[in-house]
Ligand binder design. Structure first.
Ligand SMILES: [Zn+2]
Length: 505
């Protein structure tokens, strides 16, 4: 894509009899000060180079870049070094999080039949004793959801494993209640179709060690239990401890510091693999945008970039950043004109998705701050203008923009899709395969360099670059701020959004 555009440029220049230097790209020579120039300067190749680095980092660090791992540290260092080479000062913002990992897990029926039982340990579950326990299953005497100790009245759970239905109260409450009545463990079965992958929400040392399983298996075990005792062996060994990780933050020297455009992408991945699409892709997209933006000699508004830590553990890094500002420097939070989020921009079976801030397709389950619609428009106007099809994706708050919108900062972002299923309509717009998820390798070990669609990555990186420069020069549509100062006086050059129209080399 970029290569083609460059050669068109060279051909055009040659046709005009202009000298073309082979060594420096057109971006190098010029002051990058318009959306179009920044869009050109951010190439798919350069973004892909960053992804190759993230892959190499994963390869060298036990195949993952998760929060608190050596792979995360190396990813952070790569981002910092790349930014520093481009002229930025970088900052690490440290924060604590609970590191929670399953080291060993097995669950099997011992009698009356021998079989493995499929289940998923709940996050923050305590460990069983070392070597595990072998115990009989027991059900509550009262409500199957077993939220209260009274639900076990008359039943002796000590030394047994409680078999409990999902529903009525939190998993944590069920596991704590089971622990309080002396159960050695708890199996919570779903009350609807599908696996049950739950969390206690935080460490609960007094809870019974707990797993989630399907409704089908739960009912199967209940039936067996109605015939006689069912013995189960359960071993769960965990590492659950407080650890420290960090966000990487950098901002342009240029531009008003009281009208800041902020971009963010989470740098951590899940433990399962290299996490290249989720979210090496967003991290690489904003990194290359930052590198090229540094060549700009004049920006009206400051642009701040963040690479968030521990997103996969519950949006922890971005929440820490925003809550820290809200508590200690509310003016600085106020100074953020808008926040752009990029979490997965190279999905193999992609959609070109824009967070639906104006709720034209999806009703948002969150409050959408004023200014978000105008932020969405920056992306959608760009796509419309360049003839690129796009679709709405829910403004759900389920990534690092959550803390921003909770605190009234406008937001939007781009998303090529995760575990949603591509429709026939989207295939007509973007190609790919209907009936298959956007990223079949979402959160799996196969989310590696081969799991990235370069075309999607290129389209989205261009959009990031365009939107960044457009807002760096003018956020008046978002918050009424003109570039000249807080007075709201128009910039001497007038609104700058149309600057991208020039420069048709
Ligand atoms: Zn993600």
């Amino acid at each position: 894509m970029r290569v083609r555009r460059t050669s068109q440029l060279i051909a055009a220049a040659a046709g005009l009899g202009l000298a073309v230097t082979a060594t420096a790209g057109p971006a190098e020579a010029r002051n990058i000060n318009t959306p179009k120039k920044l869009e050109r300067a951010v190439t798919t190749e350069a973004v892909m180079d960053h992804l190759e680095e993230f892959q190499a980092i994963a390869d060298a660090n036990d195949d993952n870049r998760a929060a608190g791992s050596s792979g995360y540290e190396a990813s952070g260092r790569y981002v910092e070094e790349t930014l520093q080479e481009a002229g930025y000062e970088t900052e690490r913002q440290y924060f604590d999080f609970v590191y929670d990992r399953v080291d060993e897990f097995s669950l099997a029926e011992v009698s009356p039949q021998e079989r493995d039982l499929e289940a998923v340990p709940m996050s923050y579950s305590p460990s069983t004793p070392e070597g595990g326990v072998t115990a009989e299953l027991a059900t509550p005497s009262g409500a199957a959801t077993a939220c209260e100790e009274a639900d076990y009245e008359g039943a002796d759970l000590s030394g047994q494993i409680a078999l409990i239905s999902r529903g009525t109260c939190s998993f944590a409450q069920k596991a704590l209640t089971a622990g309080a009545v002396g159960a050695e463990g708890a199996i919570i079965y779903n009350n609807t179709d599908g696996d049950l992958n739950g969390t206690l929400g935080g460490p609960e040392p007094d809870a019974a060690p707990v797993v989630g399983t399907t409704q089908a298996l739960g009912e199967d075990l209940l039936q067996e239990l109605a015939q006689g005792p069912v013995e189960v062996s359960f071993n769960l060994q965990k590492t659950t401890e407080q650890r420290e990780t960090f966000n990487v933050i950098a901002e342009t020297e240029q531009g008003r510091d009281d009208n800041v455009v902020m971009l963010g992408a989470h740098l951590d991945g899940v433990e399962e693999g290299a996490a290249i699409n989720d979210n090496g892709s967003g991290s690489a997209g904003i990194l290359e945008t930052a590198v090229q933006l540094a060549k700009s000699k004049k920006l009206n508004n400051k642009v701040r970039f963040a690479w968030w830590g521990a997103e996969e553990l519950g949006l922890i890094g971005s929440t820490h950043y925003v809550e820290d500002l809200a508590a200690n420097d509310p003016d600085a939070l106020d100074d953020i004109a808008t926040y752009l989020n990029f979490d997965m921009i190279g999905s193999p079976n992609y959609q070109i998705g824009v967070y639906d801030a104006d709720e034209s397709t999806y009703e948002a389950p969150v409050t959408v701050p004023e200014g978000s619609e105008a932020t969405e428009d920056v992306f959608t106007d760009y796509f419309d203008k360049s003839g690129q099809a796009w679709v709405d994706t829910p403004f759900s708050g389920r990534s690092d923009y959550a803390a921003f919108i909770d605190n009234g900062v406008p937001a939007s972002g781009l998303f090529t899709g995760a575990d949603g299923v591509k429709t026939e309509e989207e295939v007509e717009l973007f190609g790919g395969t209907a009936g298959v998820t956007y990223d079949p390798n979402y959160h799996s070990p196969a989310d590696d360099l081969d799991n990235v669609n370069a075309e999607a990555l290129g389209i989205m990186s261009d959009a990031i670059a365009w939107a960044t420069m457009s807002l760096a020069q003018d956020t008046s549509a978002v918050n009424g701020e003109r570039s000249a100062g807080k007075s709201g006086k128009p910039h001497p050059q007038g609104p700058l959004t149309m600057q991208g129209e020039e420069d048709a080399a």
